[in-house]
Write a protein that binds this ligand. Structure first.
Ligand code: CA
Length: 218
């Protein structure tokens, strides 16, 4: 994800990253950056410090670090030691001062990605709910020798809850995070799919309803 308010810089960096084989999501404001981050779960964030919004790069970094160790490379126009120190204290992985060469930035992106493992590699690959066995790599749910068939949407929902285990997720967050296309319809569609998932995975699958808020997977 590329967070940069200057469209010329954003488009140039975007082009270099795409040429290097990356998929790029852009955000030009702080609020948008957090939305895109939560929705797309990028492998890496390039974050401009100076943004024309209510949130600057430091605040975005702080907010991302509350829930995630996704690598962050900070960009700044200011060649300021203080920024660098604050940035590292907040948990940025690398730091690039403007003006920079896009080629150099792509090199830093590669290096940071090499150092960090992708979020999926770090997370658990096999999960048990009582007798139910979920193999995430193989996208397979079994009990004993029997396969439990999940629809694509139920599978996406299950992965979403596993990624956000222990947190209360609102129906709106779930729709934004676990549905492929923008869902503009009724939020109760989440309840329908949750009901199916509970039925298939049984009572050991502790997906709790949090009244007035949403759902939490224990
Ligand atoms: Ca800027």
């Amino acid at each position: 994800m590329l967070v940069e308010d200057d469209p010329n810089i954003a488009d140039l960096v975007d082009l270099y990253l795409r040429n290097d084989g990356c998929d790029v999501y852009q955000a030009a404001t702080g609020t948008r950056a957090l939305e895109v981050f939560n929705r797309r779960k990028p492998d890496l964030v390039i974050l401009d410090i100076g943004l024309p919004d209510d949130l600057d790069g430091f605040e975005i970094c702080r907010s991302i670090r509350e829930t995630s160790d996704t690598p962050i490379i900070m960009l700044t126009a200011r060649n300021d030691e203080i920024d660098r120190v604050v940035g590292f204290e907040l948990g940025t992985d690398d730091y690039v001062t403007k003006p920079f060469s896009p080629r150099e930035l792509v090199g830093r992106v590669r290096a940071v990605l090499r150092r960090s493992k992708g979020p999926r590699e770090q997370s658990i690959q096999v999960v048990e709910f009582g007798e139910i066995h979920v193999d995430i790599n193989r996208a397979e749910v079994t009990t004993g020798n029997e396969t439990i068939a999940l629809t694509a949407q139920e599978w996406a929902l299950l992965i979403y809850f596993l990624d956000n285990q222990g947190q209360v997720m609102s129906r709106r967050q779930i729709l934004n995070g676990a549905w492929e296309v923008d869902w503009i319809g009724d939020e109760r569609t989440v309840d329908v799919h949750v009901r199916q998932l509970r039925k298939k995975l049984g009572s050991s699958f502790e997906l709790k309803t949090v009244r007035g808020m949403g759902y939490r997977l224990n």
